[in-house]
Ligand binder design. Structure first.
Ligand code: FES
Length: 213
């Protein structure tokens, strides 16, 4: 999570894990979100609670440029306004019916979601590209200890002896979502090795977390 005085950016998912016309659940420090991508490719972040009867919007579906609730089909635009109520097809939904939305930016193959109104953009991560994401049952401190380095100003954790790998962790309560980043020029063999090394760091972090409990 990258913060300034006005807000923060959280790397919630890999761009490749959110194809057009799909929705998935994600997390930011402000709470759960429905992260979705329209048919045309625009990524959006909506509160994960339908204003009608509270169904999780991440269980819904995407049609065209709208996210629809799985329960009664109310549809929401990327700006959060309700644009269709199937039970009343001739009704223009009142402007008051809307879901909260958060700003989204994509860079370095990651989807970043804003909490508040950060004054800056997500950090440029040079030639790093995402390899995969994994979840550790451990906090960031345990991951830093297992990797052998502290997070830098951009939130990246280097892995001792493997300079082409960086871990980008986001703690979510007792768990941490880790995006594994590698240098773009990595060979297939390096990619396979990076995946295994990241899993080894996770195992060590989880072991340290258990020992500390
Ligand atoms: S709960 Fe979402 S449309 Fe009814």
């Amino acid at each position: 999570m990258l913060s300034d005085t006005a807000g923060s950016w959280t790397p919630v998912a890999l761009s490749a894990d959110l194809p057009p016309a799909t929705v998935l659940p994600a997390w930011t420090p402000a709470g759960s979100i429905a992260l979705w991508r329209s048919q045309s490719g625009r990524a959006s972040a909506s509160s994960d609670r339908c204003p009608h009867r509270g169904m999780r919007l991440s269980h819904g579906f995407v049609r065209g440029e709208a996210l629809s609730c799985i329960y009664h089909g109310w549809s929401y635009s990327p700006a959060g306004g309700c644009i269709r109520i199937p039970a009343h097809p001739d009704l223009v939904p009142p402007e008051a019916i809307r879901v909260a939305v958060q700003k989204v930016e994509e860079s370095n193959g990651l989807i970043w979601v804003a909490v508040g109104q950060p004054a800056t953009h997500p950090p440029p991560l040079g030639d790093l590209v995402p390899l995969r994401s994994l979840t550790a049952e451990a906090g960031i401190a345990a991951i830093e200890a297992a990797a052998g380095a502290k997070a830098d100003a951009d939130g990246l954790v280097s892995v001792a002896d493997f300079p082409w790998i960086r871990l980008l962790p986001t703690q979510q309560g007792d768990r941490t979502l880790i995006h594994v980043m590698i240098e773009q020029a990595c060979s297939i063999a390096d990619r396979i090795a990076a995946s295994r090394i990241a899993e080894a760091v996770r195992r060590q972090a989880e072991a340290r977390q258990k020992e500390a409990a």
